[in-house]
Ligand binder design. Sequence first.
Ligand code: SF4
Ligand code: SF4
Length: 109
Amino acid sequence: MIDFGFGLSPSSRVNLDLRDKELFSKLIETESDALKCMACGSCTASCSAGVFEETSLRSALLNLQNGNKEKALNLLSHCMFCGKCTMVCPRGINTRHLILSINKIYQAR
Ligand code: SF4
Ligand code: SF4
């Protein structure tokens, strides 16, 4: 085989059948702001915890929508609730409260 110096990335295919719609619906009932997120990444770029450990509300929300609960909770496990992400969110989401709700709803199951 010819070595072109690059390869294909692993598939990022999402299996919709594996999505946990029930828990995400419950989150939306409590925190409808989760639907306002436009995945801009400002929260991740300004995250205090992100300097030390992989922390990203943006990725966590995308993972929750795709049913990846464990990955999402990992991405938020080092959050220090400093509130910097709340100050920079262009959609005015109370991100700190959103993270608390995610932990409460998803860790209970
Ligand atoms: S800053 Fe706000 S809109 Fe942007 S990714 Fe974070 S939560 Fe979503
Ligand atoms: S509240 Fe948590 S997610 Fe937001 S900037 Fe602070 S450590 Fe990061």
